[in-house]
Design a protein around this ligand. Structure first.
Ligand code: S3P
Length: 168
């Protein structure tokens, strides 16, 4: 028997700055579900910030990310906000799908760029060209991996309602 969405984890994927953390935080409050932020778990595990971790190379970061996503896949009925690059490894896609419904939070790159101006702690998207390039590389993968594509270009309440509707 297929599990209902309402019994699985809610996994948010999408570009850095697309709204995953904000949406996760609001939904966690509304639904009374635990919020797990993958980047925070990675920082805890490594004992340093994302930027510090990246100084030892992206592979080093991705290895910790893979471990963290494996651990999180064992959770039951949580909201999981992932890092934008979580879809880069096949193993991670397996971990996210294992007990989760995957929502691709899609937001225009121009909006993302405006939002993250002056408050950018993200090593891979310091320049707009990097952000656009990453989006073009990843968009198809996000779409293919997700169970539902959620547009986050309008009102955030509408975004959240779209997810809630799928959750039943
Ligand atoms: C990354 C996104 C970041 C963080 C790391 C790598 C990426 O997470 O995991 O800097 O490859 O897109 P957010 O999407 O939460 O910013």
């Amino acid at each position: 028997l297929k599990e209902k969405n309402s019994e699985k984890n809610i996994v948010l994927i999408g570009m850095p700055g697309s709204g995953k953390s904000t949406i996760g935080r609001i939904m966690s409050g509304k639904l009374g579900l635990k919020l797990i932020d993958c980047d925070e778990m990675i920082e805890k595990k490594a004992g340093k910030s994302i930027s510090e971790i990246f100084k030892d190379g992206e592979d080093y970061f991705r290895n910790i990310e893979e471990e963290v996503l494996k651990e999180i896949s064992m959770e039951k009925r949580c909201i999981i906000s992932t890092g934008g690059g979580a879809i880069k490894r096949e193993e991670n896609i397996f971990s996210m799908k294992y007990n989760g419904t995957i929502y691709f939070i899609d937001r225009d790159v121009d909006k993302i760029y405006n939002d993250i101006q002056g408050n950018n702690h993200r090593p891979l998207v310091e320049k707009k060209e990097q952000l656009v390039k990453l989006y073009n590389e990843r968009k198809d993968i996000y779409e293919e991996v997700c169970d539902f594509l959620i547009d986050n270009n309008g009102n955030i309440d509408d975004t959240i309602n779209s997810i809630m509707r799928e959750e039943g």
